[in-house]
Design a protein around this ligand. Structure first.
Ligand code: PRP
Ligand code: URA
Length: 208
């Protein structure tokens, strides 16, 4: 199964605070950003390095620097926006594309409404971000949109997943590695992740 649970203690601690119904919008946003930074640290573990000569105050040495692999972060609107800044802090030169998909509350099916991507999307490694992977419909649709534009290297980073969403992602996009902080128990009859954290978009933006 292509899911990697990032179980770093700092992430798990902050995730528990995010889940808490008493956590308000300001703290929720801050925690989501912090967790995104910590998760991005793990996602970028295999970025290629190249050797370069650096002059220290004492001598010249051969050091390693990133080889300049092109990266783009692609939040799934709206809730994915809450994860962008935390990653941009680590990768300030990353481009940011946007995909608009919302889940119809009645059918739970994804509805696509926006797509704006870097023109060289085919050459970039894409990190698609969305806090919630529930039925998996939104992520599958977003990644289909990316592949239709030529994207080849895609990773998906979510905060909380349901087993159902992981299975659907695996069935539709087995080439996409999925990184999460937790895989929860199940989906309830309204398609919410249990225990989950509620509606991520509403909690980030303070709307209902
Ligand atoms: C939430 C969440 C995911 C989607 C997950 O977004 O941010 O995009 O639901 O559900 P799924 O896996 O069953 O598709 P929502 O549709 O509520 O839109 P929002 O981000 O605008 O709040
Ligand atoms: N979308 C959310 O924001 N939360 C869930 O639990 C499921 C879908």
């Amino acid at each position: 199964m292509q899911v990697k649970i990032i179980d770093h203690p700092l992430i798990q601690h902050k995730l528990s605070l995010v889940r808490d119904v008493k956590t308000g919008t300001k703290e929720f946003r801050e925690l989501l950003e912090e967790i995104s930074t910590l998760m991005a640290f793990e996602l970028t573990r295999n970025l290629p390095l190249e050797e370069t000569q650096v002059e220290t105050p004492l001598t010249t040495c051969t050091c390693k620097m990133l080889s300049g692999k092109k990266i783009a972060i692609v939040p799934i609107l709206r809730a994915g926006l809450g994860m962008v800044n935390g990653i941009v802090k680590l990768i300030p030169a990353a481009k940011v594309g946007h995909i608009g998909v919302y889940r119809d509350h009645e059918t739970l099916k994804p509805v696509e409404y926006f797509c704006k991507l870097p023109t060289d999307v085919a050459e970039r490694e894409l990190i698609v971000v969305d806090p919630m992977l529930a039925t998996g419909g939104s992520a599958v649709a977003a990644i289909e949109m990316l592949k239709a534009k030529g994207a080849k290297q895609i990773k998906l980073m979510c905060l909380v997943a349901a087993p159902e969403g992981v299975a659907v992602m695996n069935a539709h996009h087995p080439d996409v590695e999925v990184y999460v902080a937790a895989v929860d128990s199940h989906l309830n009859e309204r398609g919410y992740i249990v225990p989950g954290l509620g509606d991520a978009g509403d909690r980030i933006f303070g709307t209902k």
